[in-house]
Every structure is written in structure tokens, then in C-alpha cells.
Design a protein around this ligand. Sequence first.
Ligand SMILES: Nc1ncnc2c1ncn2[C@@H]1O[C@H](COP(=O)(O)OP(=O)(O)OP(=O)(O)O)[C@@H](O)[C@H]1O
Length: 270
Amino acid sequence: MTTTHSGVSTATRATAVAARATDLTKVYGQGETQVVALDAVSVEFRQAQFTAIMGPSGSGKSTLMHCMAGLDAISGGSARIGDVELTGLKDKKLTQLRRDKIGFIFQAFNLLPTLNALENITLPMDIAGRKPDRAWLDRVVETVGLAGRLKHRPSQLSGGQQQRVAVARALASRPEIIFADEPTGNLDSRSGAEVLGFLRNSVRELGQTVVMVTHDPVAASYADRVVFLADGRIVDDMPEPTADMVLERMLRFSGGAPRTPGFDAPGHTS
Ligand SMILES: Nc1ncnc2c1ncn2[C@@H]1O[C@H](COP(=O)(O)OP(=O)(O)OP(=O)(O)O)[C@@H](O)[C@H]1O
């Protein structure tokens, strides 16, 4: 069995489904300007699994993530978080679902500059009027290596540390699933590796479910599985990826060219 960055076989994972798309279709525009961004995509994201989503620029990665997270309305098919069908949910219910069941990590860390690290981590729960579970919070802070930095403001933290605050913020409310959109895109490779390591630890040690969009084969190799999109369809599903396997698969998209405008080489995660 291949040893991945996660060091754990997907076969040993829990099998419950955290999120599921069935024939998920997303069409933008109408008539001549119509774009089918997702073309009947069916995919499951299992609990306590770390999935990377890859594919050329414009293949539908962000659209899939946004539709699954209830940030964008779908045109057909279905998207579920746990047992909850997103289609037909009223705005208020959708907002609640995003707040209670989904964690987000973006390329830009999106921290509030006037709050310290701990206040940033607990902000979503404060807004929701929920008390953080102190023991869990301590574990999260420990897992992402932020103990000793909690009183620092974002400007007093490195980029990697700021992203770790964003990871802790996503983990703090124990969401059913975390969606991460290019979480290492603004980080140097060392800080990026740290953040990916912490994300992986959150899956291994805390049982978190993580779905991450990335262009970087090295980042993808931290995942348990890579789902490849092309032209709004899933074209491959790779368990236990290594960076070399992912790179080789990406090169096949681009006809063997070492670099294409649509598909970046490892290390570059724009
Ligand atoms: N709001 C929108 N209106 C019209 N078309 C859109 C919109 N958002 C995305 N698209 C189109 O849908 C397709 C999929 O876009 P998407 O952003 O999901 O791709 P992606 O794989 O995330 O790309 P990238 O790697 O460049 O971020 C593209 O053809 C894009 O131009």
C-alpha cells in the first residue's frame, strides 16, 4: 500500500458521507453566453477524509465547492450536507446551515485586524451566540500549533500563522465539513507545508472532513484522495495520491506539456 503524506490508508477511514452531489448541474448565463460549469457531477465526500479537487482553469472546481457549500444556487441535480438537501432551503436556513455545519478557509486569510488570534477563532461562534467548547478549542489550538500566539493580532503573525488561525476558526465549531479554496495560495512553500500538515492532522486526529481546491500537486498529495475535474465533469478519482502521480495525471490533461497557462506547475498555486 502506498504511504501518502497522511500516512493512513483510505481503507481504514470511516465510511459515513459528509457531503454528496448527485447529478449536480450548474449553468451560468443563457443563450449564446451560456456556460455549463458543472455537467451532472456525482461525488461523495466521506467523513474524516481529506479530498483535493484539481483540474484545469475553468474546469468547475470553485463552482463545485460553492454549490456544495450553499454559496451558489444549483441548476439541476442535488447537493447535500450530511442529510440536508440544499435545494429548496430558504435563505435563513441556508445561512444557518453554512454557519453550523460548514467551515471555510480561503486563499486570503480573511481575519479581522483589530481582533487577536483567539478572538478571530471564536468570532463565528460569538456572532452565532454560541459558547465555544473550551476543551475542543484547546485541542484545536494545540493541533494547529497556535498555543502562545493567541493574544497576537494578525499583523503580528506570519502569513502561515495567520492561515493557521483561519484553519482553527474553521475547526472551532466542529463543522461537518470544511471547504478550503487554495488555502496555501498566498503562502511560501514552507508555511504552505505547515498549514497542509495541520489540515491533515485535523482529519487524522480530530476526525474532521476536509475538501480542498488546489492547483498544486504537492498540496494535493497531503490529501487521502484527489478528484479531477475537466469541462465540468469528474474525469478521475485517485486514492492515496503522491505528488508525482498527481503531476503525471495533470500533464495528461495538458497533452504532456510541462506547463500550460491553465494548469500550473507544482509550487505555484495562483
Ligand atoms: N458567475 C459566473 N458567470 C458566468 N460564468 C461563470 C461564473 N462563474 C464561473 N463561470 C464559468 O464557469 C466555468 C467554471 O468556473 P470555475 O470558476 O468553477 O472554474 P475553476 O476550475 O475553479 O477555475 P480556476 O482554476 O481558474 O479558479 C468557467 O467557464 C467560468 O468561466
